[in-house]
Design a protein around this ligand. Structure first.
Ligand code: ZN
Length: 124
């Protein structure tokens, strides 16, 4: 039959696209595509990397989602991120990692600052 079409589905070794045929189920004559739901960009503990994209959390999609969820409530977002920062630092200490608090602050919290308001003007 059409060996070339299906050969990629049976082989999934390194270097190939993973799970090429994993989302396809055959029901009678029709082919039903079972697309996996998108994975939310949430932190994977204790490494605090994104479950969906593997970037350091909060990744760009996570930041956008948080900004949407906390629209008009930046103080609440900052408080939430402080709690996340605390947990992330505790996880890092438990893992015996070197903790650079300034870097963690920039990664977890400083990004919510409005770029259009310079810091020196915000205090006037
Ligand atoms: Zn992500």
């Amino acid at each position: 039959m059409d060996e070339g079409l299906h050969s990629g589905f049976a082989e999934g070794g390194p270097g190939r696209l993973p799970n090429v045929g994993a989302g396809v189920a055959r029901a009678g004559r029709s082919v039903v595509t079972l697309a996996e739901p998108p994975r939310p960009h949430l932190p994977m503990r204790p490494l605090w990397r994104c479950r969906a994209c593997g970037a350091e959390w909060p990744c760009s999609p996570a930041r956008l989602r948080l900004l949407r969820e906390y629209e008009g409530c930046r103080v609440s977002l900052a408080l939430y991120l402080v709690v996340m920062l605390n947990e992330a630092v505790q996880d890092a200490y438990r893992l015996g990692l070197r903790v650079d608090l300034a870097a963690w602050y920039v990664r977890m919290i400083a990004w919510i600052r409005r770029p259009e308001v310079p810091v020196e003007r915000a205090h006037q």
